[in-house]
Design a protein around this ligand. Structure first.
Ligand code: C2E
Ligand code: MG
Ligand code: MG
Length: 449
């Protein structure tokens, strides 16, 4: 009797432990799945919907790195306390991943109410956290899904909330997204593109195209920007604004980039020596310390002079992990590769960054150039950027020039470099060679013999 009682308690304790997150004392993913399973069977004969939400902390990793793991754990405990305190008697919250929490609202029946309640949770989590003597702030993103009919399983419901969370994260921090059917279609399309792209990269089917960059005063070509192009057998031509973000998210950007750089440097080797080649690096490549080594290995293999290569990076690329980006850029600069700041003026432009980080060149975003003729603020911003570049000793290229009048105005303001459809659209290696034959006759002939 005694023994069997003891065993029963031990069993219950071990079952409890198996369903509990030891750090926060909340239920874990098993408890969550179990709760949703039960609610689904309770609702078998009851048409009332209910809500599942998944909440992910934004920027928790940098906080962990900055304040240390002990502080990270303290923050997670405080987050758990706040979430638990905000649940009513019917609702449940569990910790289902490192910085991921899930909640179940059995009495939330509509998408509007689900979004409203979730926004409240984000609000509650946004108040400062005590970390020893200091305080830290956090935001969170949420994806929700609603159970409607008897044919959904726990897994499907949670997957839908994860899909909505993915959309919330993509659209910025601190957002709530409720799952819709279109999201599923979009997710399927992304997966199709990802699979086709993986195949294309291993088959070497992504091609570099080249767009001329000119000296605005003489109109002579001074270099080319490499722009990746991909045409799939089934999907047709997929623009880089679609496939580059997918390549980044799904971890294909490294091999894709190496393929394009290898082909581009092979093509550019026979161009006149004075022409540079510029190449875009994605933000995720600036947190990967192998990026520099891969670039140098490709230059070595193709025999392309590093002093003719420029890399274009955006400010977003520097923000994720500035120390890592700086190290990669320093390694590249040591062998003579130049560094441009791309798309300047959009996104998270910070003048402070221009002081800390040395760029050889700045590219003014097309948004300013396209409105230069009819928008006074754009004109003033461009003039200010030009004055700043002169002071900091940086070259400048204005992007997206389509009209003569825009080029004239830029020259008048003292902008030295330009790029845009007015001077040439991006074209493949053969067409680029044809273009160079016309404009650099002597230099190419000398190379050919
Ligand atoms: P970006 O680096 O800012 O490249 C300039 C974009 O503006 C290119 O778009 C180019 O075709 C377009 N453009 C140039 N002149 C004009 C113009 O006069 N008018 C208009 N409307 N557009 C013009 P594209 O080729 O679609 O590339 C889009 C973005 O995709 C690039 O923006 C770059 O961020 C990214 N990308 C392209 N190729 C690569 C690559 O190999 N690696 C990485 N990481 N990103 C790439
Ligand atoms: Mg660029
Ligand atoms: Mg650009």
């Amino acid at each position: 009797m005694q023994t069997s009682f003891g065993t029963g308690q031990a069993n219950r304790e071990s079952t409890d432990l198996a369903f509990t997150d030891p750090l926060t004392g909340l239920g874990n993913h098993r408890r969550f799945f179990d709760k949703v399973d039960r609610l689904i069977s309770d609702r078998a004969d009851d048409p009332a919907p209910f809500t599942v939400g998944i909440l992910d902390l934004d920027g928790f990793k940098p906080i962990n790195d900055l304040f240390g793991h002990k502080a990270g754990d303290d923050i997670l405990i405080q987050v758990a306390m706040r979430l638990r305190a905000s649940m009513d008697g019917h609702s449940t919250v569990c910790r289902i991943g490192a910085d991921e929490f899930a909640y179940l609202y059995p009495m939330v029946f509509s998408e509007e109410a689900a979004a409203e309640k979730s926004r409240m949770l984000i609000e509650i989590l946004s108040a400062p956290y005590d970390v020893g003597e200091r305080t830290a702030r956090l935001s969170a993103s949420v994806g929700c899904s609603l159970f409607y009919s008897g044919d959904e399983t726990t897994e499907i419901l949670i997957n839908k909330a994860e899909t909505a969370l993915y959309h919330a994260k993509r659209s910025g921090r601190g957002r709530v997204v409720v799952y819709t059917r279109e999201m599923e279609e979009a997710a399927k399309r992304v997966t199709r593109i990802e699979q086709a792209l993986r195949r294309a990269v291993s088959a070497g089917e992504v091609e570099p195209h080249f767009q001329p960059i000119v000296d605005l005063n003489t109109r002579r070509t001074i270099g080319f920007e490499t722009l990746a192009r991909w045409t799939d057998r089934d999907l047709g031509s997929v623009p880089p604004t679609v496939f580059i973000p997918i390549a980044e998210e799904r971890g294909i950007i490294g091999p894709l980039s190496q393929l394009v750089l290898r082909k581009a440097t092979e093509a550019a080797r026979i161009w006149p020596k004075e022409l540079f080649l510029s190449f875009n690096l994605s933000p995720s490549q600036l947190v990967d310390q192998n990026t520099g080594l891969h670039i140098l290995a490709i230059l070595e293999r193709t025999g392309f002079d590093p002093r003719r290569l420029e890399i274009e990076i955006t400010e977003t690329g520097l923000m994720n992990d500035p120390a890592s980006a700086e190290k990669i850029v320093e390694d590249l600069r040591r062998v003579g590769i130049r560094v441009s700041l791309d798309d300047f003026g959009t996104g998270q432009s910070s003048l402070g960054r221009l002081r800390e980080f040395h760029f050889d060149k700045l590219k003014i975003d097309r948004a300013f150039v396209s409105s230069i003729l009819d928008d006074r603020p754009s004109e003033h911003i461009i003039r200010a950027i030009l004055a700043m570049c002169e002071g900091l000793g940086m070259d400048v290229v204005a992007e997206g020039i389509e009209q003569e009048a825009q080029a004239d105005r830029l020259v008048q303001f003292g902008c030295a470099g330009g790029q845009g459809y007015l001077f040439g659209k991006p074209v493949d290696a053969d067409a680029t060679l044809g273009y160079l034959r016309d404009s650099f006759r002597g230099a190419l002939r000398a190379k050919a013999v």
